[in-house]
Design a protein around this ligand. Sequence first.
Ligand code: SAH
Ligand code: SF4
Length: 452
Amino acid sequence: MGAAMTNPAPHDAAHPVEAHPAEAMPIPGPSDPMVAPRKAPARADGKRPLIGLSKAQLREVLAEVGVPEKQLKMRASQVWHWLYHRGVTEISAMANIAKDTRALLDEHFVVGRPEVVTAQVSSDGTRKWLLRFGDGEEAECVFIPDAWRGTLCVSSQVGCTLNCRFCHTGTMKLVRNLTPAEIVGQVMLARDALGEWPNGTASLPALPDTDDDDDDRPYFPGLANAGSNYTPEGRMLTNIVMMGMGEPLYNFDNVSQALQIVMDGDGLGLSKRRITLSTSGVVPMMERCGKEIGVNLAVSLHAVTKDIRDEIVPINKKYGIEQLLQACADYPGANNARRITFEYVMLKDKNDSDEDARELVRLIRKYKLPAKVNLIPFNPWPGSIYECSSDERIRAFSDIIFKAGISAPVRTPRGRDIMAACGQLKSASEKISRAELDRRAAEKELGWVDPA
Ligand code: SAH
Ligand code: SF4
């Protein structure tokens, strides 16, 4: 077992906190996806998605379109309930909302599920969805069923700016942040596909009369006490990992807002203990992640020397190993019951020696980290330059860590046959090259018509 954690130390001059990590690593060119991933453009029909809004934002947008002040709280609660407890995909299905109000909502909003372009099922039961968003961009999302749980691997960006050399997503040229709606939408889409919304006879918790209409009635008369054996505990989708496409801490605000909805008891109601966020090491955002989101942390370490980590996880040039491990030691909420997971991809003759394993143990001890290590056999993809370490090498590596009292399971690759395994995600949306983007930006500047 890992040693006890040190007391969280305040950041000092040796560990500065940067306000704008997204400004890191500039690369030249008018369309610079490294610095600022593009924002999602508005939908062509001008409608806004209802999912992904916080409760306060929902009240605001309802007020904007003319829902009377007196009704705002009630309407917002009704809409929220239809979205996250009932899983409706159409505003017209929000049965207890007056018809004219539904028509008003329909004029300005959509529920906002992503479109499913393809749905694949692996021979091991893993499912992968290629999703398309309002502007045509695409991202992937993977469901991995196990005996005791079902884990949804959620994307935070289209592509990734960080270019880790063993990761397929990092080779995508186009990058944009996913919106809160698009992140929550993945979870809702998976519930749709797995049939995990209550049906018409589902039992819902009794709803208190917290609206302002003085009628003593709950919001959902007729639904509140309908009998059924539906229970949230019976669901297949039990865990979420932010380990799909993208670096979640480079899209902090949207990921945070989405996860607040996922964790909200009135929202999707998943415990923060069942959610893990994986980062390649965006050190300045780690403390906020622990404080404001409070989910489990996984860190993509992958190497124990500066040379090798610089090569395979280039963000290491900005935030080095020692700085990263100190941020792990300071991570709010980490302790022996909630350990930090270190992900370590096994690359033949690159990072897989006995010496590397011993150095990993030394570092974990040095920072007194409550840690476990996940050894991930490298998943190849077309054009990848690395090979996976042999089974014997992986076992020897795991043994050294395990004998030091640190758990070091080897991850069984899942969904390899449908390219759904770790690091294999790369949607088909990469059709426009960086050069093409730059050319378009230049043309726009000159006042030419954008051919897109
Ligand atoms: N950007 C985040 C989360 C997404 S990647 C991060 O890097 O942590 C999820 C995990 O898959 C990371 O640990 C990543 O390093 C690992 N990974 C990427 N490419 C891989 C590959 N080809 N084989 C095995 N693991 C890979
Ligand atoms: Fe991005 Fe993570 Fe892939 Fe690195 S491993 S390129 S951070 S998605």
